[in-house]
Design a protein around this ligand. Structure first.
Ligand code: AHM
Ligand code: MG
Length: 335
């Protein structure tokens, strides 16, 4: 049973058994992610000073090149993981292809691959709205001792050994799962320590918040249009509340705490939806299921989709189980 006020470091040590095939490698990997997250958090929190120190993409007053924050986050996570030689490969939403990491003396001995969206919702930075980092960890399927291949990254989400997100919000939180529930840690920026603030997080089984970009309404499938009308109907505990930040990590984080559904459906404009299966949907789906919620593409389980391309997209229905099931009922009417 997780203890309150525990630090993330203490939690990892105490829960070693949670890490499948525990050789310490996965613990070290999570440790590297928490370090990179602190570095990115420091930079994100200075974003409002951009007019003072110089805009991103320009040279600042110290003569240093200011990187765009999503590029900065991408480089920070990649460098932190690469320098510690604890993964054999990284795939990022920001990179066209995956990166192979050779390991010590080029021995390709490391077992894990990381897939990530280094700064999700980055269009929100300019207006001081929360953004997030999403990560997903798998054991490689190709033999240790050889370079990773695309096959190691194109595994269905049900093979994830860990997944998590960092939310750079009013406080900064790291929420993750290793397949035994979901725990949330809040950063104390003065000390640089993450404290267990949200042990054993659970989606309420039902909720009253729906999160969808209704501006795209005319392009949505009929099932989604009907579900939106259902949410707005004056009946039982409805109408529901509509909340859409446009930063998926924040929208799903709020819904996990309060009870709700997040939908990014396919549309006439985006025939497979917008969100990326490997970097966004799979990790959020794993966390959601581990928190007792449900994540589908409107018809079937996200985690059972066999990926065919690194940057493939998927429609995403995610949240409190009863709400997702209700949305699926409407979807099923139109096949
Ligand atoms: P990004 O990875 O380019 O930041 O896009 C993902 C984001 C999600 O966080 C968010 O839910 C969605 O895009 C918002 O898209 P839209 O503006 O189409 O509603
Ligand atoms: Mg994204």
């Amino acid at each position: 049973m997780p203890k309150k006020n525990q630090t993330l470091g203490e939690f990892i040590i105490e829960n070693q058994a949670d890490f499948a095939y525990s050789s310490g490698e996965l613990s070290r990997l999570i440790n590297s992610i928490r370090l990179a997250a602190k570095v990115v958090n420091h930079e994100v929190s200075k974003a409002g000073l951009v007019d003072i120190v110089g805009a991103y993409g320009e040279t600042n007053v110290q003569g240093e090149d200011q990187q765009k924050l999503d590029v900065y986050a991408n480089n920070t996570f990649i460098q932190t993981l690469t320098n510690r030689e604890i993964v054999c490969g990284i795939a990022s939403e920001e990179n066209e292809d995956f990166i192979t990491i050779e390991g010590c003396n080029g021995d390709h001995k490391n077992k894990y691959v990381v897939l990530m969206d280094p700064l999700d919702g980055s269009s929100n930075i300019d207006v001081n709205v929360s953004v997030g980092t999403i990560f997903s960890i798998y054991r490689r399927v190709t033999p240790v001792g050889t370079p990773v291949t695309q096959e190691d990254f194109l595994q269905p989400g049900n093979q994830q050994v860990a997944a998590g997100y960092i939310i750079y919000g009013t406080s900064t939180m790291l929420v993750y799962t290793t397949g035994r529930g979901v725990n949330g840690f809040t950063l104390n920026p003065a000390l640089g320590s993450w404290y267990l603030s949200h042990p054993d997080m659970k989606f309420p089984e039902d909720g009253n918040i729906y999160s969808i970009n209704e501006g795209n309404y005319v392009h949505f499938p009929q099932g989604v249009k009907d579900y939106i009308k259902y949410c707005q109907e004056e009946k039982e505990n409805r109408p529901y509340t509509s909340r859409y930040i446009g930063s998926m990590v924040s929208d799903i984080h709020r819904n996990m705490i309060k009870g709700g559904i997040f939908i990014y459906p396919k549309s006439a404009k985006a025939t497979d939806g917008k969100l990326r299966l490997l970097y966004e949907c799979n990790p959020m789906a794993f966390i959601t299921e581990q928190a007792g919620g449900k994540a589908t593409d409107g018809f079937s389980r996200i985690l059972d989709i066999k990926p065919t391309a690194l940057h493939q997209r998927a429609p995403f229905f995610c949240g409190s189980t009863r709400m997702v099931e209700k949305a699926e009922e409407f979807m099923a009417k139109y096949g």
